[in-house]
Design a protein around this ligand. Structure first.
Ligand code: PMV
Length: 382
């Protein structure tokens, strides 16, 4: 088994986390039924995760800003299956109902089923209960904003709340680490949506505590310039994703530039360590925009190849560059694996940038839609 070194520094001792650390011992308490509710935010990567190994292990480290307004709110109802019921169940599998915005949503179920199968070894109580998972997003479902990160993080938080009832001695650190670990198994980037403003996922030599297994809060100084950093998401194309992230990550296997790209992610994280400390926004912009374009360049140079930007994505990028050149206002863009544009800028230029967005960029958005968000703190128990 692969060992993960240097994950956690405590009293000058290095602990090595392995996935086996998240397999619980015998539980000390019981609970019959109840419910929990958590919200978990989306996140926007600055250094992108693109490419993975087995078991959702990232091919390179990544770092993201946690968002504040774009989130999923999930309520988990649970009741213990009675012995007679479970004897009657021929296919003694997982038992759950799934509601989206209060209504049954059958087409979300396979993804949840797969998640439960993946995490069962870490949450051995899953087959003992019937669950009702009732979920909703604060952003429009068909906005092109991926809800898998916030959705999987919110679900993982709820399951950890249940596990904490079964094991009340659990520490706060373990609670959040394991929640992130579980969220990762649902959707890789979801592990960065659990706790903290700036979250690193993936082992990086110069970031103490970083691990492939779960997201950790960026452990070093973050300059005032990044406080309340703003992210306005311009909805350019609200359609279904052309390429699912599963297919996308797969494209990095045998990709001609993969090796160099993975090394570059480590280098860009090194640059960000310094930038977060000194607050140099010009350097920040260079790393962030280069990362966004590299992500898309990887898609354009894979076989099969994809162009996920739309003409209006390019219009927006060019308008941002022109505005930045003319005003010297440190506004920049980043992209996910789609056509929407995240416009990133410090809080003290908000008014000017929002005016610019209104005047020059809204015209490129589908139905003039955009979402104002900013850096947030992570999941919240409701
Ligand atoms: O978590 P996934 O498998 O949906 O992958 C997300 C990949 C990107 O959003 C493109 C980049 C990232 O690091 O979030």
């Amino acid at each position: 088994m692969v060992k993960y070194f240097k994950n956690y520094l405590c009293q000058n001792l290095y602990f090595m986390f392995t996935a086996a650390d998240f397999i619980p011992n015998k539980y000390t308490s019981t609970i019959e039924n109840g419910n929990f509710e958590w919200s978990a935010p989306s996140n926007i990567a600055l250094v992108k995760y693109w490419g993975k190994k087995d078991n959702q292990i990232p091919a390179n480290p990544s770092v993201s800003f946690t968002l504040n307004n774009c989130k999923t709110i999930t309520k988990l109802g649970f009741s213990k299956k009675s012995i007679s019921t479970s004897l009657n169940v021929t296919n003694d599998g997982f038992s759950f109902d799934l509601l989206f915005e209060g209504k049954p949503k059958e087409d979300f179920k396979p993804k949840i089923q797969k998640f439960l199968e993946r995490v069962e070894v870490y949450l051995p109580f899953l087959k003992d209960y019937h669950f009702t998972i009732d979920t909703q997003n604060t952003f429009p479902h068909s906005s092109g904003i991926a809800s898998s990160a916030s959705g999987m993080a919110a679900l993982a938080m709820n399951f950890m709340s249940l596990e904490r009832k079964l094991n009340p001695e659990m520490t706060e650190d373990y609670f959040y680490q394991k929640a992130s670990f579980l969220a990762r198994l649902g959707s890789g980037s979801a592990c960065r949506s659990v706790k903290g403003n700036v979250v690193v996922w993936g082992n990086q030599a110069n970031i103490q505590g970083s691990t492939d297994l779960f997201g950790v809060e960026f452990p070093y100084t973050i300059h005032e310039n990044f406080k309340n950093y703003q992210d306005t998401i311009l909805l350019v194309d609200k359609g279904e994703k052309q390429v699912s992230s599963t297919v996308g990550h797969d494209l990095m296997h045998n990709h001609p530039y993969a090796k160099r790209r993975f090394a570059q992610a480590h280098e860009n994280l090194d640059k960000l360590i310094a930038i977060f400390e000194n607050g140099n926004l010009d350097e920040f912009i260079k790393v962030v925009e280069s990362e966004a374009l590299t992500l898309h360049a990887m898609m354009m140079t894979s076989i099969p190849y994809f162009i996920l930007m739309k003409p209006n994505t390019l219009e927006i990028i060019n308008a941002i560059w022109k505005f930045r050149q003319e005003t010297q206002i440190p506004v920049c863009f980043t992209l996910d694996a789609g056509a929407n544009v995240h416009v990133l800028y410090p809080e003290n230029v908000s008014e000017k940038v929002l005016q610019f967005i209104q005047d020059k960029l809204v015209v490129f958005c589908q139905n003039s839609q955009y979402i104002c968000d900013k850096i947030g703190h992570g999941a919240i128990a409701l």
